[in-house]
Design a protein around this ligand. Structure first.
Ligand code: AMP
Length: 452
């Protein structure tokens, strides 16, 4: 167990950092900060898990800046610290926190995929001390020889599990190889320490790491009231959504859908009801996504409707209501989605609409939360279906609520909805509604699960 420090001042941080924290009204470290900071300040590599909204960004930024303030750079030319994040939105947020802490003491560059490469070359020529980047674009710059990492002192992987889920393992290894020397300190943050690929990567990148596990991903969000409701079909889900938005108290809300087209359809629909809404999904240009996220963070929209693009890491303090219009396919994603509310001790509500197509995903979330979930109902809007049913000719194996014998478009039993495959038949998303199970057919444009 690490030493216990009551306030940020007790860590012996540089006065410039203490002042920046004071300025932001931050005095008491959170648990992950309490435990991770002494380890990092002592120079160890770190493998840490922390639930979303726990304050993990400062847990690595503060000791990283402290190290940079207290020691001379290994190289004048190369960046001293590199922070990698899975999504552009998260990287932008880390960058903003870094700017607020480092003020004008360090030159910081933000290198994101989808943004102008030449502008980034110019930024790199100014020899930044710290780079915040998404891994794909950073690897592109290594390939283009626009930067070297021989002098890198700190490599920080934020949401490493997510980066690996997104297929960035080759880029991470490429970056590691480019900065492979004994004086590098490496910090890896992950939602859970149970992620096999993350552990393999940790074995390659980290040198005798200390481990800190705070509230593993399946830990309950204490401050978030979680509700689940049956939604029989699209119209029913929309009626539930209308009721929730009209009756739940909230400052801002995020609605998650399974497909990109639904984000736009629902945004339009709610706008007609007088709400300020925006849709956000991976088909949009980066500039458009940035504009929407900034506007939402500034409160210009009341409701954001999105696929999983926005589900991780974003720090949106005004969001007190999260609605899963469709269940996410993976339970970890559920935890991250609902973590968009109840940030830093604020309370929030998360309501999930469970349709026939969401049933398997719902059961996985229930198992993940390690408790039996009671379904809530809204008077006059009760759901009627009871778990999954076979399409036709029940074989006796597919009892309601059972996990087997789900016929998909009459082509025989689906392998298992528990592991959605990219090759699964069109419309069988496990996270949206569809007509394949004989329930009310839905009129949606080609459902396309978010890939970002
Ligand atoms: P993170 O988990 O890094 O995304 O942080 C979530 C939110 O907690 C951000 O708004 C931080 O500014 C805030 N936060 C981080 N550390 C503290 C702290 N020690 N006291 C209060 N708020 C904090």
């Amino acid at each position: 167990m690490a030493q216990h420090n009551d306030t940020f001042r007790d860590f012996g941080l540089d006065i410039r950092l203490v002042r920046a924290l004071d300025h932001q009204g931050l005095e008491m470290p959170t648990e992950i900060q309490q435990q991770a900071m002494p380890v990092v300040l002592a120079g160890y590599d770190l493998l840490a898990s922390s639930k979303t909204g726990s304050g993990k960004t400062l847990a690595y930024l503060l000791p990283a800046l402290q190290r940079m303030m207290k020691s001379r750079a290994l190289s004048k030319r190369d960046p001293r610290a590199l922070i990698l994040a899975p999504t552009r939105e998260l990287a932008r947020q880390v960058y903003a926190q870094l700017r607020a802490l480092a003020g004008s003491h360090f030159n910081i560059a933000l290198l994101l995929g989808g943004e102008n490469f030449n502008d980034q070359l110019k930024a790199l020529r100014r020899q930044p001390d710290v780079i915040v980047a998404t891994p794909g674009r950073l690897a592109n710059h290594l390939d283009a020889r626009s930067l070297m990492l021989n002098g890198l002192e700190l490599l920080i992987l934020d949401e490493a599990d997510r980066m690996l889920d997104l297929g960035f393992a080759p880029q991470l290894e490429r970056i590691h190889q480019a900065a492979d020397h004994r004086r590098r300190q490496t910090l890896m943050f992950s939602a859970t320490l149970d992620h096999a690929e993350a552990n393999t990567m940790a074995g390659k990148l980290l040198n005798a790491p200390k481990r800190v596990a705070i509230g593993e991903a399946h830990a309950e969000h204490q401050d978030i009231e979680q509700r689940f409701m049956l939604g029989d079909h699209l119209d029913h889900k929309q009626a539930l959504l209308d009721h929730l938005l009209a009756n739940e108290p909230y400052q801002q809300a995020i609605i998650f859908t399974a497909t990109r087209s639904d984000t736009e359809r629902l945004a339009e629909r709610l706008q007609q009801q007088g709400l300020t809404t925006a849709a956000l999904h991976g088909d949009m240009s980066q500039a458009e996504r940035n504009r929407i996220m900034d506007a939402f963070a500034r409160g210009q929209y009341k409701v954001l409707i999105t696929t999983d693009v926005a589900s991780r890491g974003l720090d949106l303090l005004q969001v007190s209501l999260v609605i899963n219009f469709d269940m996410p396919k993976q339970p970890e994603e559920y935890v991250h989605r609902i973590g968009r509310t109840g940030r830093a001790g604020a309370s929030g509500t998360a309501v999930s609409l469970v349709g026939p197509r969401d049933w398997e995903a719902f059961k996985r979330v229930e198992a993940f939360l390690q408790r039996t979930v009671t379904l809530s109902v809204i008077d006059g809007l009760q759901g009627k279906f009871k778990g999954l049913r076979p399409v036709r000719k029940p074989t006796g194996k597919g009892k309601p609520g059972g996990k087997k014998a789900v016929n998909v478009k009459g082509k025989g039993p689906a392998k298992s909805a528990a592991r959605p495959s990219p090759k699964r038949p069109e419309g069988f998303t496990g996270g949206g509604d569809g007509s394949a199970d004989g329930m009310a057919p839905l009129k949606r444009k080609k459902p396309r699960p978010e890939q970002e």
